[in-house]
Design a binder for this molecule. Structure first.
Ligand code: NDP
Ligand code: PMR
Length: 399
């Protein structure tokens, strides 16, 4: 019987349809570049650097979430043979860019049911339609990572669906490079770190139990990282550089009142806050690996999918940046990848049987072959990862 999710959980709508500087050269082929100390992470720096370096109606009716019974790992077919059931993967931020392309790549295999965990329900539904994901291979569930209450509600609603969880992809992110002042999540954390790191931290901690219960042969938890959080690369050396310092701002609540809105306790800088959040994502993946890989068998991974210069991530940047960034990445750094190609890469990390190693930060070379990349010193600092874990636990109410 169909359950009216809206009446159970008012704000949770659900539509059920069935390295190193050198190593950066591997990630793109940016040759012999000299990076000025004064290069800033804004449009002018891109120019300087370039020079220097030479509904509703179309959607149909919204149906409430249907309670499903968890199928066992092997489903008997009519002729008596047993086949592996479809995997279930949650992808946050699947309404555009990398998340949407990954949802498409996985759904098209017919081996995955994708749960698109999105803050804008109708946008997600339209996006799925626009790329032609077939109805039986996806569901949309509401998740706003900038509210811990929404994260908890999402987990509750997902559990009520009765679906097993076989893979979780923490992909959603916001980037606010032109913000002059910090803005905040529902619980009062600076918005970029609050969304990209703390929202995902709570989500993945809660859903680890669900992954543990799954009988799927390969269970995976992936947190999307980036080159720009890694200061052992050229891209990671474009100011402002990521730096979590001693985490004093985070420990103080990141609220801009009795503490700084920045993790390291410094002045607010939107571009730095994003890069810091990516360092948190990569540290969290490794801490998960250290704490839970052996016990649970879950594979924990992160990745840099390439520079997907056309996505919505840059929507807050000035128009000229948005115009010049794609050709800059295509023709100058050669780090550009299309959304489709990046989606295939992330889909590999979700399901390819050769990428089962846990604790790895994956990247791809210019022939699109995956390799285990090296993280910067800070992004691989085990002591910092432990401290980040403990402080984050307190902030999201798990400790
Ligand atoms: P997009 O802006 O296209 O996608 C980001 C997604 O996150 C959107 O679906 C957006 O939803 C969602 N989102 C934002 N805020 C929230 C929130 N509060 N709750 C739920 N969902 C939210 O950017 P990309 O596809 O480029 O980014 C995806 C990932 O890839 C990010 O982790 C980013 O750091 C990473 N990455 C991107 C690179 C690039 O070059 N683009 C390079 C390296 C890594 P909505 O559609 O409603 O806005
Ligand atoms: Mg970068 C190999 C060189 C390389 C690569 C792969 C990237 C990726 N970038 C490179 C180099 C440079 N960038 C250089 C030399 C400059 C100075 C001109 C430069 C500038 C620049 C700016 C202003 N780059 C940027 C910005 C952004 O606003 C983007 C950003 O930092 O978002 C956080 C960005 C990026 N460059 C990349 C990638 C992947 C990004 C975007 C996003 C991300 O990490 O998620």
């Amino acid at each position: 019987m169909a359950l009216r999710a809206a009446s159970l959980l008012p704000s949770a709508i659900s539509l059920h349809k069935e390295g190193k500087l050198n190593s950066s050269l591997k990630e793109g082929s940016f040759n012999g570049a000299f990076l000025s100390k004064n290069v800033k992470s804004d449009f002018s720096s891109l120019l300087i650097g370039t020079k220097e370096l030479r509904r509703k109606s179309s959607l149909g009716p919204i149906r409430a979430q249907t309670a499903t019974v968890a199928p066992s790992i092997n489903e008997a077919t009519q002729d008596g043979k047993k086949t592996l059931r479809k995997g279930n993967v949650i992808i946050t931020g699947a309404s555009s860019g990398l998340g949407l392309a990954t949802a498409k790549a996985l759904a098209d295999t017919e081996k995955w049911h994708v749960i698109m965990a999105c803050r804008n329900f109708l946008k997600a539904e339209k996006a799925a339609k626009s790329v032609g994901i077939s109805k039986e291979n996806y569901s949309v569930m509401h998740l706003d990572l900038s509210s811990l209450e929404s994260v908890r509600q999402f987990v509750d609603t997902f559990r009520r669906s009765g679906r097993p969880l076989d893979a979780l992809v923490c992909n959603a992110a916001i980037y606010l490079p032109t913000a002059k002042e910090p803005t905040y999540t529902a619980e009062g954390f600076e918005l970029s770190v609050g969304t990209n790191h703390l929202g995902h931290f709570l989500l993945s901690r809660l859903l680890l139990d669900d992954l543990k219960k799954s009988d799927y042969p390969q269970k995976r938890l992936i947190i999307v990282g980036s080159i720009t959080g890694n200061t052992n690369t050229l891209a990671g050396n474009v100011p402002p550089k990521a730096n979590l310092g001693d985490l004093r701002g985070l420990a103080g609540g990141l609220n801009g009142l009795n503490s700084s809105a920045m993790i390291d306790g410094g002045e607010f800088d939107g571009a730095k806050a994003y890069k810091d959040s990516k360092v948190c994502n990569m540290l969290t993946m490794q801490e998960f690996h250290r704490r839970y890989h052996e016990e649970t068998g879950v594979t924990f991974s992160s990745l840099y999918p390439g520079c997907i210069a056309t996505t919505g991530l840059f929507r807050e940047h000035i128009p000229l940046f948005r115009l010049l960034f794609p050709p800059f990445q295509k023709y100058i750094t050669k780090g550009y990848v299309s959304e489709e190609e990046a989606g295939k890469r992330l889909a590999q990390v979700v399901s390819d049987s050769s990428l089962t190693k846990s604790g790895v930060y994956w990247s791809w070379n210019k022939n699109s072959a995956s390799f285990e990349n090296q993280l910067s010193q800070e992004a691989s600092d085990a002591e910092k990862a432990r401290k980040l874990w403990e402080v984050s636990e307190k902030l999201v109410g798990l400790a």
